[in-house]
Write a protein that binds this ligand. Structure first.
Ligand SMILES: NC(=O)c1ccc[n+]([C@@H]2O[C@H](COP(=O)([O-])OP(=O)(O)OC[C@H]3O[C@@H](n4cnc5c(N)ncnc54)[C@H](OP(=O)(O)O)[C@@H]3O)[C@@H](O)[C@H]2O)c1
Length: 319
């Protein structure tokens, strides 16, 4: 495993981390969940990414991971870097969503119970809240660290201007922002518009999510939608749907697949390598429905450099 320093901090993260947004809910077989997590850990993936609302139902992924921790990984707690988040709808009423101190503090307490942990290594505010003062949200993150319930804090889905303000407030509070988690893939390149530069300048790490565009940047949708794929299963909560897979996108994906073949990589491997070619990226959070997908991703690490010509070719396909 390749480990990269997270911004200007003491933390090293594996270049590939494992995310539990999908495939770790109540409907998912615990044996497969356990296999995915153990395969990851056995190959040096020390960082596991969760959130209060991962499931379905919300909370289920933390419960599943808590069970695996207790039954399989308890002796290795200090070899693991575990994150969770809050910011999306979690419970009814005015205190179960967005970014108030009331919501975030209660949510972390609930997450710790589900995970069976005394503290998480990293707690994120999951998305910016347009109505709560940023000072209140950041003060809540600072409080969690002071209380010993989180070692580090981060932000996710913040644009560059909001991120700059959050980073400044956290620094003034004495709890530096460890990391930002944006959506970043060959198909979604918004972090290139100022965010990556800001994070580098501020010494904050960056961990990309949905770098395979939920499976679109693999060869699985090239000849239709397989029934056992994420799109084929018709999952709730923002998962990719059949209608999100257009002919136009598949035409580009087909061309990207040809570039991957010329690099002796699968498209999935090239999509991950393409993210990791940038030294401003600390890690990426991979999603996996089977242990074999974790193994496939790890192979990407043996080729994370691109020639100028390959990059130009990819830019042209994506233009
Ligand atoms: N901060 C946020 O707001 C946010 C939002 C979304 C996600 N995340 C984090 O990022 C993690 C990853 O997100 P994601 O699941 O969207 O990521 P992704 O890595 O883009 O997609 C993962 C899916 O792609 C398919 N796949 C993976 N490897 C493959 C391979 N080698 N060949 C073919 N198909 C493959 C699998 O779907 P199949 O089921 O089709 O096999 C897998 O579940 C989440 O678990 C979560 O931790 C964060």
């Amino acid at each position: 495993m390749l480990y990269r320093r997270c911004g200007k901090s003491g933390v090293l993260l594996p270049a590939i981390s494992l995310g539990l947004w999908q495939n770790f809910g109540e409907v998912d077989a615990i044996a497969n969940c356990r296999d995915i997590v153990k395969t990851a850990f056995n190959h040096g993936i020390t960082h596991f990414d969760l959130a209060n609302n991962y499931g379905p139902p919300s909370g289920a992924a933390e419960q599943t991971f808590g069970r695996i921790l207790k039954e399989d990984l308890a002796p290795y707690r200090d070899e693991l870097f575990i994150s969770t988040k809050a910011g999306y709808l979690m419970w009814d009423g005015p205190y179960g969503n967005w970014g108030s101190k009331k919501y975030l503090v209660a949510s972390l307490d609930q997450s710790l119970k589900r995970l069976g942990l005394e503290y998480v290594d990293l707690f994120y505010h999951h998305r910016p809240d347009p109505d709560t003062p940023l000072e209140e949200t950041m003060t809540a993150l600072n409080l969690m660290v002071r209380q010993g319930k989180a070692l580090y804090v981060g932000i996710s889905n913040y644009g560059p201007a909001e991120a700059a303000k959050a980073i400044k407030i956290l620094r003034e509070l004495g709890t530096p922002c460890l990391i930002h988690q944006p959506k970043y893939s060959m198909l979604v390149r918004t972090p290139e518009d100022g965010l990556l530069d800001l994070l580098e300048q501020e010494g904050v790490g960056c961990i990309a999510f949905s770098s395979l565009a939920q499976g679109l940047l693999t060869n699985k949708y090239l000849s239709g939608v397989p029934a056992d794929s994420r799109a084929g299963r018709g999952l709730p909560n923002g998962a990719i749907t059949t209608s999100g897979i257009t002919e136009e996108t598949i035409a580009r994906v087909r061309l990207l697949n040809e570039v991957a073949e010329s690099r002796n990589q699968s498209l999935a491997q090239m999509a991950l390598s393409w993210i990791l070619k940038d030294s401003r990226i600390t890690s990426l959070v991979l999603g996996a429905s089977k242990p074999a997908q974790v193994i496939d991703a790890l192979t990407a690490l043996s080729n994370i450099t691109f020639t100028h010509q390959e990059l130009k070719q990819i830019d042209l396909i994506l233009a």
